[in-house]
Write a protein that binds this ligand. Structure first.
Ligand code: ADP
Ligand code: MG
Length: 724
């Protein structure tokens, strides 16, 4: 498998494969699987062609000529081919050499889209790709097989060339060693590697191919799960600062002062965290829970246990607005217990320090000192906290809030921040419910818990799609509805995809989730809309504007006046997506809603319905019914169950998007395995890997599996290097 392709295929083909597809060894090429298989039906007689079809035909060249174009620079080539059923015209541009290649009598494959021209609507292929067959009966047979594998290809390296290369490699390939022990293959009903690789490239039978693919998916699933299981094991073996729960400490005082009772879920997760924090090895846990399910309270109780043990806890938020908001709500929740060193503080109080880029230099210096001396028990900030060289006296716990784009590398970096030789406990919280398969792969280095119920007293949110394309008049009703809510003493959000102003696409512009938008018009912008609303439908209401280009201080001031009720309607970008908590806000209007992803819309609407009044979310779009983006909006309107939505979201996306979004760009090494379709296989692999690694961490008994995992890591590292 490690043999260079050059030895098997010759220098020219090897260079092409290396350049075009980054394939260097026999193994690389064999793991370049067909994307799909075309039925022989697609090799069709010319007599049966119809316009618009993508076809491949086998035919003989009748004639080919070249001439200058009449009105433009350049040349045009015209050829006629024949396949014993009919003739077909081909047109090429600027390929003057062609008459010397497509000489009469030569046989070739031609692939392209059937179009028509002229009054007689004559059929033709324009600029088809071709592969000369040179009267080679063997090659002709190759392309006449009942199933033709279709490979990921490039313009200069078409699928059929790859097919020929692979055939050449497979023909001379010795039996391959199988990394999976035979007893195991039998137990799981898996084909051997050698047979699987041959079948996936060369079989003419779809059932056989499916069986082969299943085996190859196992390899991928095992490689990922073994890697993760070892990562978990290594992490779990590292020493961690033990933080046993202490009676009569801050945590106990906080619980006693809590104005509500914890939900059963909060209680249960709380107990689990308390036990893990008390341990000598680091907790590595992911806590999922709907927006408003009370994760922050759970995290705060964990942080206080750590402070009680004489150590520090850090909370990382995705934006400065959120970090500041967390600081405010923690200070409110802790009261006198959070004001150490100030007048009227409680006896065992700690200090809460907010460390953001927008702090004035003096305040920042003081904050850094408090963090370094240990005077600050709780430190809040954005991710810059772990990137910058902030030094902690004794960091025991890091809580990462609401960050579904926080990848494995960042989590590793963060684990390196505890005192000499230890790793802090880590709690990652996400409000985006993560489908099980994604949790098992992308977050597979973490143990997963969930808060499934919302605290009582939460109001319902109803969501409606407002199709202004079909019902332009509805937009006025939207603004009237806001006016009514404000008259009733409540507040509203209006969310736009873009900031506007100097018209650069701002940092808040959704990119990940927006599917290629069908409309040419630029997305609606906060600054433009705020102006229009203020002069038009919402004249007389107090409007505020919030977006990522405001300074930290300004953002903070806007949020504070909205919270205080001094702003009626907040026109904003997605900076309000997470964590913002203003219970009096009851309406959210999302403009150009089709530009946002399912989970983002769900996050956004979690900002309303947080008080005693029901929430109303209006998804405004001019996309027509039947458009896939509209389907996503309908899905969001249909349910408020985040887990159901996450699953639906996964189904509505393409696989690549799933990984793209959650993996922060890192390639997964998954070629056949699908996070959408292979849940059962992934969870079997996870259990198996966990068991194997527990018993044999270095996989000494399973060299083949160790190799599989090592290859995956190599690939990931190579990807990483490419990126740097
Ligand atoms: P999340 O972080 O999961 O979005 P929060 O922890 O911010 O949720 O909680 C949302 C709101 O609900 C906060 O105002 C919080 O004080 C309140 N809350 C949390 N837990 C409970 C509970 N058990 N009962 C009532 N209210 C709660
Ligand atoms: Mg929260």
């Amino acid at each position: 498998m490690d043999d260079a392709l050059e030895g098997v295929l010759g220098a020219k083909s090897a260079a092409l494969l290396a350049e075009e597809l980054d394939l260097h060894t026999v193994g690389d090429l064999l793991r370049h699987y067909p994307r799909r298989y075309a039925d022989q039906g697609q090799l069709i007689p010319i007599a049966d062609l119809t316009p618009g079809q993508d076809v491949t035909v086998v035919a003989e060249v009748r004639r080919c000529s070249s001439r200058r174009m009449q009105r433009r620079a350049g040349t045009i080539q015209h050829a006629v081919i024949w396949d014993s059923t009919r003739e077909l015209d081909l047109t090429f541009f600027n390929q003057k050499h062609l008459p010397g290649v497509l000489t009469p009598g030569r046989k070739a494959l031609f692939a392209g889209r059937v179009t028509t021209y002229g009054k007689g609507r004559t059929l033709q292929l324009t600029h088809p790709r071709y592969q000369l067959l040179d009267g080679d009966a063997d090659q002709l047979a190759e392309f006449s097989r009942p199933l033709i594998p279709v490979y990921p290809a490039t313009k200069d390296l078409p699928s059929w060339t790859i097919q020929l290369c692979i055939r050449q490699v497979v023909d001379v390939l010795d039996d391959l060693d199988d990394p999976l022990p035979q007893s195991w293959r039998v137990a799981h009903g898996l084909l051997g590697l050698d047979a699987a690789l041959r079948a996936v490239h060369r079989s003419d039978d779809r059932t056989e191919i499916a069986i082969a693919q299943r085996r190859l998916k196992w390899d991928e699933a095992m490689a990922v799960q073994l890697t993760l299981a070892r990562r978990r094991l290594v992490a779990a073996r590292r020493p961690a600062p033990a933080c046993p729960r202490r009676d009569g400490g801050l945590a106990a005082a906080f619980d006693a002062a809590l104005p509500f009772t914890l939900t059963a879920g909060q209680h249960e997760v709380g107990k689990l965290l308390a036990a893990e924090l008390a341990g000598e090895h680091p907790m590595n846990r992911l806590l999922q829970g709907e927006v408003g399910s009370g994760k922050t309270v759970v995290a705060l109780r964990a942080m206080l246990q750590v402070v009680d043990a004489g150590r520090q806890a850090a909370l990382l938020a995705p934006t400065e607005v959120l970090a500041a908001q967390h600081a405010r709500s923690l200070r409110a929740l802790l009261g006198a217990h959070g004001r150490a060193g100030e007048l009227g503080s409680a006896e065992q109080a700690t200090r809460i320090v907010l460390l953001t880029g927008s702090l004035p230099a003096r305040a920042r210096k003081q904050a850094l000192l408090d963090v370094a001396s240990g005077a600050a028990g709780i430190v809040l900030g954005t991710h810059a906290l772990i990137q910058d060289r902030v030094s902690f006296a004794d960091l025991g716990l890091v809580v990462v809030d609401e960050q579904h784009r926080f990848g494995v590398e960042q989590r590793d970096a963060l684990r390196a921040r505890a005192p000499e030789g230890t790793s802090p406990h880590v709690l990652v919280m996400t409000a985006t419910p993560i489908p099980r398969t994604v949790a098992m792969t992308v977050y597979g280095d973490l143990e997963v818990s969930a808060l499934r119920e919302l605290p009582r007293g939460r109001s319902s949110i109803s969501t409606t799609v407002v199709p202004v394309g079909e019902k332009p008049g509805w937009l006025d009703r939207v603004w009237r509805r806001i006016t009514e809510e404000v008259a009733a003493g409540r507040q509203a959000y209006v969310v736009c995809p873009r900031i506007g102003g100097e018209d650069a696409l701002g940092e808040d512009t959704p990119r990940d989730d927006a599917t290629g938008s069908a409309s040419e018009r630029p997305p609606l912008a906060v600054l433009d809309l705020a102006l229009q609303l203020g002069e038009g439908p919402l004249a007389g209401l107090r409007l505020g504007v919030l977006h990522g280009r405001l300074s930290g201080t300004d953002k903070d001031a806007v949020m504070r006046s909205f919270t205080a009720g001094d702003i009626d309607v907040l026109v904003t970008t997605t900076v309000v997506e997470v964590g913002v908590d203003v219970p009096n806000a009851t309406v959210m209007v999302i403009m150009d809603a089709q530009r946002f992803g399912v989970s983002q819309l769900h996050q956004l609407r979690g900002r309303i319905g947080r008080g005693s009044h029901p929430g109303l979310c209006l998804l405004v779009t001019d996309f027509p019914e039947g458009n896939p983006a509209r389907e996503r909006l309908d899905a969001v309107a249909a349910t408020t169950d985040g887990f159901e939505l996450a699953q639906r979201d996964l189904e509505l996306r393409r696989e690549g998007d799933v990984l793209g979004v959650v993996q922060s760009g890192r390639r997964s090494g998954l070629k056949l395995l699908s996070l959408r379709c292979d849940a059962a296989l992934i969870s079997q692999a996870r259990e198996t890997a966990q068991r194997l690694v527990q018993a044999d961490p270095e996989l000494i008994e399973h060299p083949g599996l160790a190799r599989l995992a090592a290859d995956l890591l190599d690939e990931q590292r190579a990807q990483f290097l490419h990126k740097v």
